[in-house]
Design a protein around this ligand. Structure first.
Ligand code: GLC
Length: 431
């Protein structure tokens, strides 16, 4: 298929999921506004409709909590059968809740990076002036309300905050949680997608149990840090935050605003990132479980995210690529794995080629990795992954994720960020 028709198809997916105010991640499975999805949607929209991209961001920010948190989902009072629904979150138990229905947790802070990317290509100083305070407020919240041990690294309280909801990194942690009672609930996700491609029941029950814990604690930061059974410093989340802090800084400099506070955030992360996450023996980054005080030694594609943020040294980057990304037992093609990049290393016992974050290719992860590789000069590997990504979309459409064996599509159809990132990938230097 020609590049032009792929671009046309990507634009129609974004138009199809456009409600006029926000863009749904997918037409059936995800009927509301998701945080990092919308950031990427705005990036995609900026290639052909800048005012609509700005509206997407304004709509997302309309769900911001009074304390600065930007929630993972803004429901926008659109009726749906999505579970968990707004009533389930009971956010009114918090004095910080906004006047619109949202979840009570956040998602990876990709927004400032996207806003800077758009602004660098299409300068929009008035818009930056308008949205910078809200983004700063969110980052300040991440660096305070979510700084559990004073190291400047943000923690997450729920696997859904990681964006990689069902990653096997969370498996042992979730299994160790023994809910006294799980509230009654009816899953919505398996109505639209086969159960084989969605999380296992035991994990799903814990996802719900955690929400119950948070709502009973009235979403108070102090209480949550003290009592959440799940408390993790995640490499993907912190890499995205570091890059977004740098982008926020550049935007502030552009407006002639002071940067001392942001500089403080950046330097604390720089001093603590490696000590907390890098395993020199294995040449991998691992997340950190604050409850047990130990690294989570599961090898997933999140280990490549620091490349996206420019955090590794050249030597660390070399090890990540040579010893892991190109290793056929882990990420490179081998046997029945025919596509790049599997979300969980092949050698992990939890690897599953079709289930959600357990193995399939996700376009978002490929984009992070391609960007990171280019940043470090691994242009050939980046190009190979880019070509494979475009081939997957061409053959199977804009799906939520893809089976790493035959590239068949899984999860939601007409998935917004797959379309948005196709537009972004085709803008990259090699095209
Ligand atoms: C899934 C993904 C999450 C995404 C959401 C909406 O829950 O794990 O990252 O934001 O879908 O697309």
């Amino acid at each position: 298929m020609s590049t032009t028709s792929l671009v046309d198809r990507a634009i129609s997916v974004l138009r199809l999921n456009d409600t006029g105010v926000f863009t749904k991640p997918g037409p059936h499975q995800y009927p509301h506004q998701w945080n990092w999805d919308s950031a990427l949607v705005a990036l995609g929209l900026s290639h052909f409709d800048l005012p609509r991209a700005q509206l997407e961001i304004r709509s997302l920010l309309s769900g911001q909590w009074r304390d600065g948190m930007l929630p993972s989902v803004v429901y926008h009072s659109v009726p749906s059968d999505y579970f968990p629904n707004p009533e389930f979150w009971q956010i009114e138990s918090s004095p910080n809740a906004p006047g619109v229905p949202t979840t009570g947790i956040t998602q990876p802070p990709l927004l400032a990076t996207v806003v800077r990317l758009i602004h660098d290509r299409h300068p929009m100083p008035d818009f930056i002036q308008e949205v910078l305070p809200a983004m700063l407020h969110w980052h300040r919240w991440l660096h305070t309300a979510r700084d559990a041990d004073g190291r400047g690294l943000a923690c997450i309280l729920h696997p859904w905050e990681s964006g990689t909801d069902d990653s096997p990194r969370w498996r042992h942690l979730l299994a160790a949680i023994q809910p006294e009672a799980v509230p009654e609930f009816q899953r919505g996700d398996t109505k639209h997608v086969p159960a084989l491609e969605r999380p296992h029941r035991a994990e799903y029950e814990r996802f719900i149990y955690l929400i119950d814990v948070f709502r009973k604690l009235g979403y108070s930061h102090r209480e949550l840090l003290a009592h959440s059974p799940f408390l993790v410093q995640d490499i993907l989340f912190n890499s995205i935050l570091f890059r977004a802090d740098e982008d926020l800084r550049a935007l502030a400099v552009g407006l002639g605003q002071p940067t001392a506070e942001i500089d403080g955030w950046l330097s604390r992360v720089l001093s603590n990132f490696d000590a907390r996450f890098w395993d020199e023996g294995l040449g991998l980054y691992f997340d950190y479980d604050l409850r047990s005080g130990s690294p989570i030694r599961v090898n997933t594609a999140s280990t490549f995210l620091p490349l996206f943020a420019g955090l590794p040294s050249k030597k660390q980057a070399q090890r990540l690529v040579q010893e892991h990304l190109l290793d056929p037992n882990e990420y490179a093609f081998s046997g029945d794995v025919r596509h790049w990049v599997t979300t969980t290393a092949r050698l992990e016992p939890t690897w599953e080629p079709r289930r959600y974050w357990r193995g399939p290719v996700w376009i978002i992860m490929n984009w992070f990795i391609i960007e990171g590789l280019r940043r470090y000069g691994f242009d050939d590997v980046a190009e190979a992954i880019q070509q494979d990504t475009l081939g997957l979309i061409e053959a199977s459409g804009f799906r939520e994720y893809y089976d790493v064996r035959d590239g068949s599509g899984c999860g939601s159809v007409d998935f917004s960020w797959s379309a948005a990132l196709l537009l972004e990938l085709l803008k990259s230097p090699s095209h």
